[in-house]
Design a protein. Structure first.
Lengths: 375, 386
């Protein structure tokens, strides 16, 4: 399917349009909030919360008997929050570490949720089918009302983010300082955590419990590679999230039997890999290039220093020497010699070289001072 | 109890023991979340193995899945080493990606294979007794029992052979390395054992329960003891206890066995979390309250020691001067009286000889920055604690 026909399908097909919009909104809101989770070193919190939300869905169904996604998500929100605060309780009140607390809550809540789900399945209630969709997510079940809910919560989230931007930022990078300035750090902390839980719960229906954490992490981890500014990072993460949502939906729409959630996660993972490799400042590729360049510069300096040691022994620093004597020296190559000539440190006459006065001076100060030029 | 029920409980108990042993070390090494990552990311390995063998119990499948688990660990460590993201982010990035690949592989071939993601994540212990292991028509019990039994045997042999090394490298990596025990080998050894256990157990109890069985018993045991041997024993005990009680809960509710075992584990952890002596939440809160009162008492005694003038030591004045709430002031005053630290004459509070001695010693410790000693001193002086 080419792009034009996909776009026209997108325009005409209600379901596809709804899903695309839904995953785009979801991707942007999780990307935004995920940035905070990643920077606060709470990356795996998302994983724990999404699993912890499962019993909430089951209990909400057991109590109300309805399959209205809003009610179920409310249950998920409550049990997600309980899980979050229990994690915090374990970390602060006992000597168990955060990884243990996360793993505990994740597996225990999820297991309890599974117990309830299987229990519900055995109940004589025709309404029960479909709760499993929260396990792996089914974007196809999104309807317009869900999109409105997502858009509304994203709006609130944006509003709060703008309102408390300064506080969030400060808490993120210097929580002690924030405390001394008299901000209620606990309240800010609870606020941001609640929004993270909210975003996770929103995504359960679309990508499911198991893969939700990747939606939170991947766009933020990718965005982190391109910038050092929080504002830009949040914006980029939202963009990456929305992009993976749209592209993932498009790919999974093109094939049969391809659920949307895993495809979105894989698209996001590809973005992460690309960012890891190609980002200009932190990326592995450019880091390697910089490494090689630095090594070359070092070779150049080595050759220059070697020449200096020879020139030093003569009264006339520009006394010519044969290139041959450089041959035993490891730093020497034709290339480095040519580079030294380009920099006007060395003059070549046939197969003789001599240091210029500029080169001599440079070599003399090689270990004394930083180079003023960016070599 | 019929024989199938006994077999199920036996399998569940063996899985619990096999998980608790590596789990204890994972919890102590602060790597609990890696077990979660492994349990998810073995999915593509299982799927590929299943394509080839069409049998969930085939040795090749177990080897492939274990390899995927180890690849996960290596990938996480590689990403971590680049310094681009923190360790937990690396874990969170790797396993959903691998899991997604597995899910997509299953979805693309849904018509050819009978493998369900639910089955991998949740398992179904109730079916385990039906897959029998037989040679020449003779029945040797369920296959899962043999698989998990041999894995457990391997774990026990490794545990007894390398207990000293594991203990050392868990608590003092530097010393272990300097004594010549390669931390890398022990690390990857533990990771391989965790992967094998996860893979061997997933078929019976599902990947999520494996995580619960690894972390929860060890965490509960860690709240009770600091001794590694006791912790291992307690963890296995907790595991087996919840495995058997979980089975009966599932029997009563007619629900998933894996879910019920996890729920029992959750209840068990909750009880230990609340009531563990010394480390439980209630004990911690009680001790915090006690210490708060005792610190107030010390402040109060030092105040008395510093002021000889009568108006500073008047009962009514104390409350406004030290600015305590009424209840707390009364508490502290009563505690001091009970411990014979002070006496009250005509509403004037004075230190007794004992109170004087106590506060002088305390201030010595505070000045020399040895606040810890005050705790020991309290045992000598106090008849009643705060």
């Amino acid at each position: 399917m080419d792009i034009a026909s996909y776009l026209s399908l997108l325009y005409n097909d209600y379901t596809l349009r709804t899903i695309t919009l839904g995953t785009a909104i979801l991707g942007s809101v999780t990307g935004m909030l995920g940035s905070f989770a990643v920077l606060r070193k709470q990356s795996l919190l998302g994983d724990a919360i999404s699993h912890a939300a499962l019993p909430g869905i089951a209990i909400a169904f057991l109590i109300t008997g309805s399959k209205d996604s809003n009610i179920l998500l409310l249950g998920a929100l409550i049990s997600g929050l309980i899980g979050t605060f229990w994690i915090r309780g374990i970390i602060t009140k006992t000597h168990l570490k955060s990884d243990t607390a996360l793993g505990l809550i994740l597996s225990l809540f999820f297991g309890f949720g599974m117990l309830l789900l299987t229990f519900i399945q055995k109940q004589p209630n025709a309404n029960q089918a479909g709760l499993e969709k929260y396990l792996f997510g089914q974007a196809a079940t999104l309807v317009e009302a869900d999109i409105w809910l997502m858009a509304g919560i994203t709006g609130i989230c944006l509003f709060v983010l703008f309102l408390f931007w300064k506080e969030f930022k400060m808490l993120l990078f210097d929580s002690d300082y924030t405390k001394t300035l008299g901000f209620n750090t606990k309240a800010i902390d609870i606020l941001i955590t609640t929004f993270i839980v909210l975003a996770i719960v929103l995504g359960l229906q679309t990508v499911g419990v198991v893969l939700m954490s990747a939606m939170l992490l991947a766009p933020a981890a990718a965005a982190r590679q391109w910038t050092n500014s929080l504002g830009v990072m949040v914006f980029l993460a939202a963009l990456f999230g929305a992009f993976s949502g749209v592209l993932g939906t498009a790919i999974s729409a093109g094939y049969n039997n391809l659920s949307t959630g895993p495809v979105i996660v894989l698209v996001a993972a590809v973005i992460v890999v690309l960012s890891f490799v190609f980002s200009p400042n932190r990326g592995l590729l450019f880091k390697q290039i910089r490494l090689i360049k630095n090594r070359r510069d070092l070779q150049l300096h080595k050759t220059l220093a070697f020449m200096y040691r020879i020139a030093e022994t003569h009264d006339n620093i520009s006394h010519p020497h044969t290139i041959k004597i450089l041959n035993n020296f490891q730093g020497y190559t034709r290339g480095t010699l040519q580079k030294l000539v380009e920099k006007n440190y060395v003059v070549l006459h046939g197969n003789m070289w001599s240091l210029t006065s500029e080169g001599f001076k440079r070599a003399q100060n090689l270990y004394n001072q930083q180079s003023d030029r960016n070599e | 109890m019929n024989s199938a029920q006994i077999e199920i409980q036996l399998i569940a108990s063996l899985v619990a023991i096999a998980c608790a042993i590596p789990g204890t070390f994972l919890v102590l090494r602060k790597m609990a979340m890696i077990s979660d990552a492994i349990s998810h990311s073995i999915l593509p390995g299982i799927v590929i193995g299943f394509f080839i063998t069409h049998n969930l119990n085939a040795p090749l499948l177990i080897i492939l899945a274990t390899l995927t688990g180890i690849i996960t660990v290596v990938l996480v460590e590689y990403i971590q080493k680049t310094g681009l993201v923190k360790e937990d982010t690396a874990i969170g990035l790797v396993f959903p990606a691998l899991f997604s690949i597995g899910v997509i592989m299953i979805a693309k071939n849904a018509n050819d294979i009978h493998l369900d993601v639910d089955a991998v994540l949740l398992g179904e212990l109730a079916f385990a007794p039906f897959d029998r292991f037989s040679i020449n028509g003779r029945d040797f019990g369920p296959k899962s029992l043999w698989i998990i039994g041999s894995i457990l045997l391997g774990i026990l042999i490794l545990l007894f052979a390398f207990f000293k090394e594991l203990k050392l490298s868990t608590f003092d990596k530097g010393l272990a390395a300097s004594l010549g025990f390669s931390p890398a080998i022990l690390h990857y050894g533990l990771m391989s054992v965790s992967s094998i256990t996860t893979v061997g157990a997933f078929d019976a109890v599902g990947a999520i329960l494996v995580v619960a069985l690894m972390i929860a018993p060890a965490a509960a045991a860690y709240l009770i003891t600091n001794d590694l041997k006791k912790m291992l024993l307690l963890a296995t005990g907790f595991g087996v206890l919840s495995a058997i009680s979980g089975y009966w809960l599932a029997h009563i509710l007619d629900a998933s066995i894996a879910g019920s075992i996890t729920t029992m584990l959750g209840l068990l952890f909750l009880v230990v979390y609340l009531f563990a002596p010394n480390r439980g939440v209630i004990a911690v809160i009680y001790r915090e309250k006690q210490q708060r009162t005792e610190v107030s008492l010390l402040t109060f005694l030092l105040h008395l020691k510093n002021h000889t003038e009568k108006n500073e030591r008047h009962v009514n004045h104390l409350q406004e001067h030290i600015n305590w709430q009424k209840v707390r002031a009364k508490n502290v005053l009563n505690l001091a009286l009970k411990n014979n630290m002070i006496f009250i004459e005509h509403d004037i509070v004075s230190l007794t000889k004992k109170g004087n001695e106590f506060s002088s010693k305390a201030i010595d410790y505070i000045i020399t920055n040895e606040d810890g000693q005050i705790e020991d001193m309290k045992d000598d002086f106090f008849l009643f604690r705060g």
